[in-house]
Design a protein around this ligand. Sequence first.
Ligand code: GLU
Length: 304
Amino acid sequence: MDYTQILTQIHHDIRPLLGKGRVADYIPELGKVSPHHFGMALVTPDGQTWSVGDAAVPFSIQSISKLFACTLAFGLLGEDLWRRVGREPSGNAFNSLVQLEYEQGVPRNPFINAGALVVTDVLCSRFVQAEAAVVQFLRRVSGNMAIDYDVAVAESERQHADRNRAMAYFMKSFGRIDMPVEAVVNAYCRQCAIAMTCEDLARAALFLANGGVVPWSGERVLDPSPTKRLSALMLTCGTYDEAGDFVYRVGLPAKSGVGGGIVAVLPGECAVCVWSPALDHSGNSLAGVQALEWLTTLSGHSIF
Ligand code: GLU
């Protein structure tokens, strides 16, 4: 596959879209990022990397962290994780409270905020610092030991986390959160504030395209069956309330974040990350979705 030619063409053709959409500013620190960035990196299990644009510029991974936190929690609890969080698309906004009341505080899936808070609660009960466990994991699976969370973004997020706090307290009232809410919310804010590049994220997600094993280190992160299950959840729940349209257009399991990043995997073949901060109405990177649609269209490769 001539990924050099495909990524170069995408980088060229995407230009009219850059700056269209809106940068998330409900976390003020995120609102400072230029909407004109665009980066894309694709890695294969044999160690090759293709990248264009701002693929080496760190950005706030935000909800993409939910994928890796969930990987850790799934590894720890196995199928018992699903007693605490569901596996269905929510059909609601990522930060919605409404379903929680009539579903007795059990979030629909681990990729909406309520579900991610439950996952962080699991990690808080197992690790002294849950966010440090996620950072360490990301360093290991990406091979970049310099990865860390951005203190300014984490603080900005913590100061504007009242809705997340409300969700966590609400779930605690149903007995669904074990640890102190403030500790869970703080760990969650730091985890979302982790900064990584497209190249880091594509490498970090490669184990999902490789049956659960990090190709260059040989570390088994998950067995093949949970790897399949996690990728299935990405497909149905990973791109906000627009997962159906995303799958229609792109045809890959993916997880996006309000920092404008999207990580996607093609099992057996590659992992890819695209970043452009301006978001469409559903919260996915507007240029990022288009770039991934072109990638699978031009290469003719998707999971379908
Ligand atoms: N930290 C963000 C929040 O809790 C994550 C949102 C996202 O990327 O979907 O609102």
